[in-house]
Design a protein around this ligand. Structure first.
Ligand code: SF4
Length: 64
């Protein structure tokens, strides 16, 4: 599994960081997504999928 984050589409809603804080953070300046771990371990894959589904701007994509 590989996560991609498009900071140009990100609106800084923060759902990803709330849902999966091990995988996502937000930048201090603009609040846009910071991808901490683009290839989550097996234990983080469910939360990665959940975070991608909850992103309101479609900024996150997953390649399984
Ligand atoms: S949930 Fe989507 S829009 Fe919100 S910070 Fe994360 S990537 Fe950006």
């Amino acid at each position: 599994m590989r996560i991609q984050a498009d900071t140009g589409r990100c609106v800084g809603a923060g759902m990803c960081a709330l849902t999966a804080p091990d995988l996502f953070d937000q930048s201090d300046e603009q609040g846009t997504v910071v991808l901490l771990d683009p290839e989550p371990p097996a234990g983080g894959r469910d939360s990665a999928r959940e975070a991608v589904e909850r992103c309101p701007s479609g900024a996150l994509t997953l390649a399984e």
